[in-house]
Design a protein around this ligand. Structure first.
Ligand code: NAD
Length: 496
């Protein structure tokens, strides 16, 4: 029998709010229970912050802003790099916490996420100095130039599916550019972020970096509508993204929205020629993010296979997916962990049940049990449906891939774009002309060709259509989204 890894909850949990460099319990004493979705057991309780804690955190951030924005960018960068170093040193501990609360398997996901988040801090620590302005040739006697100014206080809200990585992105982008931040982690997975805040304790000047744990309806809504928050950066569902868009429009607060996706994976015949079959099949599986239980915004969950190669490629995809071990996220050998909570589990189950009732063919898997010991459904691959089915249109956010054959390029471009989302896409072909045409024609913020990898710090990542607005992971994205360009024109006396 496998020995499951141990984890320790953060010591700050019962406080939950890190405000002005100190831990605070919610004024009203309320708490939230954080559960382990692999086992359906409680891990610990944390503080359930609300309007009062958000207001205190925003005030602390406002007070810290003048000194923080005046600090040289290189100094701000050094502190971010140091946080990256501390996280790397404690990566295993933080990764175990993350696995326990999120259900993301330690072997395939949580360790990688902890190290990836450390890499994000180090990246922004290094590029923080790259905040250049322009000079403008308005003629003799006029010296005109532009500088980048921070928006001010940033309110960031993140989901549970990769809280550490997304937390690192939000914190780094805001702080590198001279903003102060109030971060609200998701109520299902706040513990790894609290551990990160423990690692950051004493590093930044008080008030620069604040965390408030609580629910979306309470702490999240209070943060978004707070009149002194100048910018909101949100990653989560399109549904909540719309609410945030409305709330911020009221006062014209700046906003970045990283929302959902229903990304196409398109495979042409030449992608399995010669010895390419194994690579292509493996990367189709990777693109679907089965090892994240499909709980990834970039999951290539609509698979379009050219009809000529369906019979050769599909068995290899099924074989590789079936080889993934489903288990407890703290099982050191499990490749796939658990869906985050009972609500998500029931929704995924309902999607599958509906497709079954409509007559979909199960190439792999079946409808999950209705009362499992842990929320660990096995991967499902469906065919015998078309792009108009709900399961092919909506984001399932579970280990469910729909597979649809296509006849030609024109048809597959039409199907790939027949969605209200535009986040990611994966194309498998080695024909350069085709690559050029498809990468132009498909609506998506990020297209990968012949691979199904993850984001890399330095790339500008974000979606089009209803997948959001703004981009993250790069210094360009940070400058566009977290600063404004100020133009300064000086009339120079006796310029000659
Ligand atoms: P969600 O929208 O339910 O919750 C995300 C966050 O918003 C949580 O912290 C929650 O507490 C908060 N929230 C909820 N209601 C709120 C409200 N009324 N006001 C303010 N905040 C509120 O999303 P989720 O289910 O946690 O995450 C899954 C979604 O996130 C998926 O749609 C996925 O595609 C998306 N996602 C997108 C990206 C990306 O980069 N585009 C990355 C990861 C996840």
């Amino acid at each position: 029998m496998t020995t499951l890894l141990e984890m320790t909850p953060p010591t700050s949990g019962l406080a939950g709010s890190y405000i002005n460099g100190e831990w605070h319990r919610p004024e009203d004493g309320r708490t939230l229970v954080i559960e382990n979705p692999s086992r359906r057991t409680a891990i610990c309780e944390i503080g359930r912050g609300g309007k009062t804690e958000i207001d205190r955190a925003v005030k602390a951030a406002r007070a810290a802003l003048p000194a923080w924005r005046a600090l040289p960018a290189s100094e701000r960068g050094k502190l971010l790099s140091e946080l990256g170093r501390r996280l790397e040193e404690n990566a295993e501990d933080v990764a175990r916490t993350l696995a326990a609360e999120s259900g993301n398997a330690i072997k395939t996901q949580s360790r990688g996420e902890a190290m990836g988040a450390s890499g994000v801090f180090k990246y922004y620590g290094g590029v923080a100095v790259e905040q250049k302005g322009e000079t403008l040739p308005f003629g003799s006697g006029l010296f005109s130039y532009s500088v980048r100014e921070p928006h001010g206080v940033v309110g960031s809200i993140i989901p549970w599916n990769s809280p550490l990585q997304l937390g690192a992105v939000k914190i780094s982008m805001a702080l590198a550019t001279g903003n102060c931040i109030v971060l609200k982690p998701a109520e299902d997975a706040p513990l790894a972020v609290l551990k990160l805040a423990e690692l950051a304790d004493g590093l930044f000047p008080p008030g620069v970096f604040n965390v408030v744990t609580g629910t979306g309806e309470e702490a999240g809504a209070a943060l978004v509508s707070h009149p002194d928050v100048n910018k909101v950066s949100f990653t989560g569902s399109s549904e909540v993204g719309k609410l945030i868009g409305h709330a911020t429009a009221e006062r014209f607060a700046k906003v970045t929205l990283e929302l959902g996706g229903k990304s196409p994976t398109v495979v042409f015949p030449d992608a399995i020629e010669g010895d390419r079959l194994e690579h292509t099949a493996q990367h189709v599986v990777n693109a679907m993010r089965f090892a994240r239980q499909g709980q990834s915004c970039t999951a290539g969950s609509r698979l379009f296979i050219h009809e000529e190669i369906w019979d050769r490629l599909m068995p290899r995809i099924i074989e590789k997916t079936s080889a993934l071990k489903v288990g407890d996220a703290l099982d050191p050998d499990a490749d796939i962990g658990a869906l985050v909570n009972s609500e998500r589990y029931s929704e995924v189950r309902a999607f599958i049940a509906e497709a079954k009732a409509q007559g979909a063919t199960f190439l792999l898997g079946d409808e999950p049990d209705d009362n499992p010991a842990g929320f660990t459904p096995s991967p499902v691959i469906l065919s015998g449906l078309d792009n108009s089915w709900r399961i092919a249109r909506e984001e399932v956010f579970g280990p469910v891939m729909v597979a649809i054959p296509f006849r030609n390029e024109e048809e597959v471009i039409q199907m790939a774009n027949d969605t209200h989302y535009g986040l990611a896409a994966f194309i498998f072909t080695h024909d350069n002309s085709r690559i050029t045409r498809l990468t132009r024609a498909i609506d998506a913020g990020w297209i990968q060709v012949n691979q199904g990898g993850g984001q890399i710090p330095g790339m500008s990542y974000g979606g089009t259509k209803q997948s959001g607005t703004g981009s993250e992971y790069s210094i360009e994205g940070a400058l566009d989204a977290y600063t404004y360009r100020k133009s300064i024109t000086i009339h120079v006396e006796n310029a000659g």
